[in-house]
Design a protein around this ligand. Structure first.
Ligand code: NG6
Ligand code: CA
Length: 504
């Protein structure tokens, strides 16, 4: 009898010890949450139903906004892609690097391999790191040989895994790059790329409109791939060329597979979707679904992909241990180089919401973008007016995973991202086409610049005027009331604050 009791006691001790060990292990896991940055391309402040869109429904993005923190003053640093992505990954304002401008597909890497980056920081914290999707920060050191190992690139900047499109969907080379190698390349059919001149005998959008299925409006009249004329010339690589309509599914599959095969250790995944940048090429199952033409359809497509991705996190049992940060690299544009009915079929939809301007613009819609943080079970849903910026990811995430980082312009907004503080940044320098503006509190100062007030080809207001512009966003979110002339003292005060950061 005694020995039976002893036996039971022993079993219960072992059982409790196991339970405790499991608890500790869980805590251990919880200490290091996975981090996923979901980044869209040209998605506007008003493009999500959670941000007020009434003509389009984005349930999966809405879930992140409504069950996480929805930031109403969340910014990209820039009104175009390359500089915003530069800031997101390095924590450095892009106007500090003259090369951080929209890059051709053949441009060399603009981030030094010595520089601090978000993935390097994560690696120091013991994380696995990966990028799936759009890169657009240059590759190689000049004169890239697309038929050999392409380096330096994301792998040399801290990403253990990198499955990318080099630049943009509208730029050559129209192939995926898998850890430095063109995916599916047939060595007997090497790729050549040029942004200067065409390869002999190759058709172009300009000379062979009969071969195109999408018509170019401005630019975009060089090599034709899948019936779509692109920016830049390319020859060869037939078997490696991507299918535009399958791109979203393709990236989703890569992102899902990454999660499935890396879920046992903490990971950082930068999932950079290509929508709704041009060319807008929804998969046939999304065509016509928005009633708004391809731009609306690819927003629905992106929303679906995000939903599927979230399902994977849930199915793999790691949703509650994953912080998701969602944003877009710059504001919206309708006409960006192809005839695709974006304007004609827009109806009552307002991609920029209540904001003025759009992509390329110094006005707020250029840089103020949807910005959400979601962490099931950890972040309490809420709306935050805190001023936060993508450049803050470095310092904030370093704080989350408890390592030091070379922060530069990046500020620790982790408390804001977790909904524990609404303080935010005091100010932020905004950039569009290498011109800068300054927001501090609710004030925005745009210095005088030479140039056209309209980017005519894209029909977006550039925000450029030859005199000072001063707006107070508190009661003028649409930036219609220029207060500069009436408030010279305020202009002076803001300019001094601006120049202290930006230089004269
Ligand atoms: C512009 C392209 C535009 C788009 C943009 C980059 C022309 C006329 N326009 O130069 O279509 O590709 O670059 O967009 O070529 S971004 O979101 O990657 O910054
Ligand atoms: Ca973009």
């Amino acid at each position: 009898m005694k020995s039976i009791l002893k036996y039971i006691l022993l079993i219960s001790i072992v059982f409790t010890a196991c339970k405790e060990a499991k608890k500790v292990a869980k805590k251990e896991v919880n200490k290091k949450p996975n981090v996923v940055v979901i980044y869209l391309d040209d998605l506007g402040y008003g493009d999500l139903s959670a941000y007020g869109a009434t003509e389009i429904s984005t349930p999966n993005m809405d879930l992140l906004a409504n069950e996480g923190i929805k930031f109403t003053n969340g910014y990209a640093t820039s009104a175009t892609c390359t500089p915003s992505r530069y800031a997101l990954l390095t924590g450095v304002y892009p106007w500090r690097n003259a090369k951080a401008k929209i890059l051709p597909g053949s441009a060399p890497l603009i981030i030094s391999t010595e520089q601090e980056t978000v993935p390097k920081m994560f690696k120091r914290a013991g994380y696995q790191t990966s990028i799936v999707g759009k890169w657009h920060l240059g590759l190689g050191a000049g004169n890239v040989n697309w038929n050999a190992h392409i380096s330096p690139g994301p792998n040399e900047l801290g990403f253990d895994d990198a499955y990318i499109l080099a630049a943009t969907q509208d730029r050559v080379p129209t192939v995926y790059i898998d850890n430095g190698y063109v995916d599916g390349l047939d060595p007997k059919d090497p790729i050549s790329v040029s942004y200067k001149k065409n390869f002999e005998g190759e058709p172009t959008g300009k000379d062979n409109p009969e071969l195109t299925t999408m018509k170019w409006h401005h630019g975009h009249n060089n090599s034709i791939v899948n019936g779509i004329p692109r920016i830049g010339y390319m020859k060869g690589g037939e078997a490696a060329k991507w299918s535009d309509v399958d791109m979203a599914d393709h990236f989703l599959k890569k992102a899902k597979n990454y999660v499935k095969s890396h879920k046992d250790k903490p990971f950082f995944l930068y999932y950079a979707l290509q929508q709704p940048h041009v060319p807008r090429t929804p998969h046939p199952r999304f065509v016509g679904k928005s009633g708004m033409g391809p731009r609306g359809d690819v927003i629905l497509e992106a929303d679906y992909m995000i939903g599927e991705f979230m399902k994977t996190l849930e199915e793999e049992g790691i949703l509650e241990n994953t912080l998701i940060i969602f944003s877009s690299d710059n504001g919206p544009v309708l006409q960006d180089g192809y005839y695709d009915d974006a304007i004609e079929k827009l109806g009552k939809h307002t991609p920029a919401g209540k904001l003025r301007g759009g992509k390329y613009s110094l006005f707020d819609a250029g840089t103020r973008v949807p910005f959400m943080t979601y962490w099931k079970g950890t972040i309490q849903p809420g709306v935050s007016d805190a001023l936060v910026c993508q450049v803050d990811l470095l310092a904030s995430l370093a704080d989350l995973v408890n390592v030091t980082a070379d922060k530069k312009d990046s500020q620790n907004m982790m408390a804001e991202f977790l909904g524990k503080s609404k303080k935010g940044r005091d100010n932020i320098v905004l950039e569009a086409n290498s011109k800068t503006a300054f927001r501090t509190g609710d004030w925005v100062l745009i210095p005088p610049y030479k140039g056209s007030p309209m980017s005519w080809k894209s029909m977006v207001e550039s925000g450029i005027l030859d005199k000072f512009q001063l707006y107070n966003l508190k009661d003028d979110a649409g930036q219609t009331n220029n207060l500069a002339e009436k408030n010279p003292e305020k202009v002076k005060e803001l300019l001094a604050e601006f120049e202290a950061i930006r230089g004269k």
